[in-house]
Design a binder for this molecule. Structure first.
Ligand SMILES: [Zn+2]
Length: 157
């Protein structure tokens, strides 16, 4: 039973990444060496974005930001999330119920004894966080759980 679940999950993730790939043809891919990333990012940004680290849960940072604007990738500046997709999840990390179309890719993550779906920037493939199925039922039902470190907020003037 467990294997069937795993296979289904794997096929779903292949299907999702295939359809994402088609959508992402317009997104410019950014490739830098890890040395270049290290030079341009802060130590915390490098840890989270490039080494798949996780911010400590917090009610500060962007967790409590609800102003109008757009959240960009902190590594390459691609626009990832709109503020109208953001919701209060009380999980300790900024949460969104949707991403801007084609800007996020989904990767099966079997680390830390869990099966999760990692979300990465479609342009520079930096780590953003994970996606879960416990988001608001009245919208997408998804929760994009994102590290504050992985994004930067650009306020709408
Ligand atoms: Zn990026």
């Amino acid at each position: 039973m467990k294997n069937i679940f795993l296979i289904t999950l794997l096929l779903t993730s292949i299907a999702v990444s295939y359809s994402q790939e088609k959508k992402n043809e317009m997104i410019k891919k950014i490739t830098k060496t890890e040395k270049e990333w290290k030079e341009t990012l802060t130590a915390q940004q490098y840890f989270v974005l490039r080494q798949k680290g996780t911010d400590a849960p917090s009610e500060s940072g962007y967790t409590s930001t609800f102003e109008k604007g757009t959240y960009h990738c902190a590594a390459c500046d691609l626009q990832l999330f709109k503020s109208n997709s953001k919701f209060e999840s009380h999980c300790g990390w900024p949460s969104f119920d949707d991403a801007i179309k084609g800007t996020v890719e989904y990767v099966l993550d079997k680390t830390q004894g869990m099966i999760r779906t990692e979300i990465i920037c479609a342009s520079c493939r930096s780590h953003l966080g994970h996606i879960f199925d416990d988001g608001p039922k009245e919208t997408t039902g998804k929760r994009y759980c994102v590290n504050t470190t992985s994004i930067k907020f650009v306020k709408q003037e």
